[in-house]
Design a protein around this ligand. Structure first.
Ligand SMILES: Nc1ncnc2c1ncn2[C@@H]1O[C@H](COP(=O)(O)OP(=O)(O)O)[C@@H](O)[C@H]1O
Ligand SMILES: [Mg+2]
Length: 370
């Protein structure tokens, strides 16, 4: 984790942006795994108004300018749509970037770090995980609406901010390579898990086939569809908009929807050790699917719709594969807090993928009925 900035440093950063009024105070908001998020409060004509300052993680995003170009285009596009549609409360329905004093959509500090500033959306709540089908419905709506709004983003396509982020074939090849090397002799202890991923290579092939057919369109997708990236109205609990736009780039709907299935349908955490608790809950899936299909509003192709239940298995399989690869390589990528952490994570993904597989037909039948 990077340095946490003190108030005077934050005030200095804050002044680099085109914000009116008098700054009152600034403090950390959330120091997440990826970015550092701070808030600054201003007095503007007798009202207190807040802004979000975020430092971009330069290790994860090696081309911050491309990230910001994407974020700027995407947020402007959605904002213009909302304006054209005569919507009210637009600052709650899309993130608004504040330009820097020199007219960019970011500020680069003396250490070379990139900062951006958003209008703070007030009276919202975010939750770490989905607690009810009502919330699952809102999650589906929020991410569905987002891709729908971006479906007519003019060319050129967005920058690929993390190259091969969703290249399952590459992930699979990396797994096979790690298995062959077996650097720290772990393979012999985890044969069951290894066999699961090898035997399910058909998951990778199914995606490849769909992509090659040309009937699974590459669109502008969010690519980090965790529930804590959905801002919900604190009163109504309805979705306002999605945040965390660093990974918005070309992708398929399957990545977005599938990762929602992976992260919201099981009542457990990603690293749950009691595997008997890990399962795909149909009511959660139904709510997600209903919200997503409603918000994408007929834009999905037949092929996309036919692969919606599969997408959950695809993403769960892919992440499980990555955890096991990291375990084989000696835990060098994902941060671990206990010796078998990556193995535990991989096992929950296997269990969830199996649960999805068992229910896949019923899941798809529900989607088809919508
Ligand atoms: N414009 C905003 N208004 C209100 N809260 C925000 C805003 N942007 C971010 N947040 C809050 O900060 C959290 C972290 O922001 P996010 O962009 O998702 O960063 P990270 O990459 O660390 O997840 C969000 O989950 C949300 O609770
Ligand atoms: Mg986030």
């Amino acid at each position: 984790m990077g340095l946490v900035y003190d108030e005077s440093q934050l005030r200095d950063i804050s002044t680099r942006f085109h914000i009116y009024g008098q700054i009152l105070h600034a403090e950390p908001c959330k120091i997440g795994h990826i970015n550092e998020t701070y808030t600054a409060t201003y007095e503007q004509g007798g009202n207190e108004v807040r802004y979000v300052h975020q430092k971009i993680n330069g290790k994860v995003f090696t081309k911050p300018l491309e990230v910001m170009e994407n974020v700027d285009r995407v947020t402007r596009h959605i904002r213009q749509k909302l304006v054209d549609a005569g919507e009210s409360d637009i600052t709650r329905k899309v993130l608004i970037l504040i330009p820097s004093r020199d007219g960019n959509c970011f500020y680069q500090d003396d250490d070379g770090h990139y900062w951006r500033t958003y209008v703070y959306v007030e009276n919202i709540r975010t939750y770490e995980s989905v607690e009810s089908t009502k919330q699952a419905l809102e999650a589906g709506k929020a991410f569905g609406l987002f891709v729908q709004q971006l479906s007519d983003l003019p060319s050129p396509g967005l920058h690929e901010t993390i190259v091969d982020f969703h290249n399952v074939r590459k992930r699979f090849d990396a797994f096979v390579m790690a298995l062959q090397k077996d650097r720290i002799n772990r393979a012999k202890h985890i044969q069951r898990e290894i066999q699961f991923f090898l035997k399910h290579e058909s998951v990778v092939r199914k995606l490849e086939k769909a992509l090659a057919s040309g009937r699974l369109p590459v669109r502008t997708t969010h690519n980090d569809t965790k529930f804590n990236n959905v801002l919900l109205d604190a009163q109504t609990q309805k979705q306002c908009c999605v945040v965390d736009l660093d990974t918005v780039m070309p992708g398929t709907l399957l990545y977005d929807f599938g990762d929602m299935v992976r992260t919201t349908t099981s009542p457990t955490m990603e690293d749950e050790r009691d595997l008997s608790k890990v399962r795909m809950r149909m009511p959660m899936f139904k709510a997600l699917a209903r919200g997503y299909l409603e918000a994408t509003d007929g834009m999905m192709t037949r092929t996309e719709k036919n692969l919606i239940a599969f997408s959950g298995k695809l993403m769960t399989y892919t992440i499980g594969l990555r955890f096991l690869t990291d375990f084989l390589q000696g835990d060098t990528y994902f941060r671990v807090h206990r010796p078998l952490h990556n193995l535990d994570r991989s096992r929950t993904q296997i269990k969830l993928a199996q649960s999805i597989e068992r229910q896949e037909e019923k899941m798809q039948a529900y989607v088809d009925s919508l």
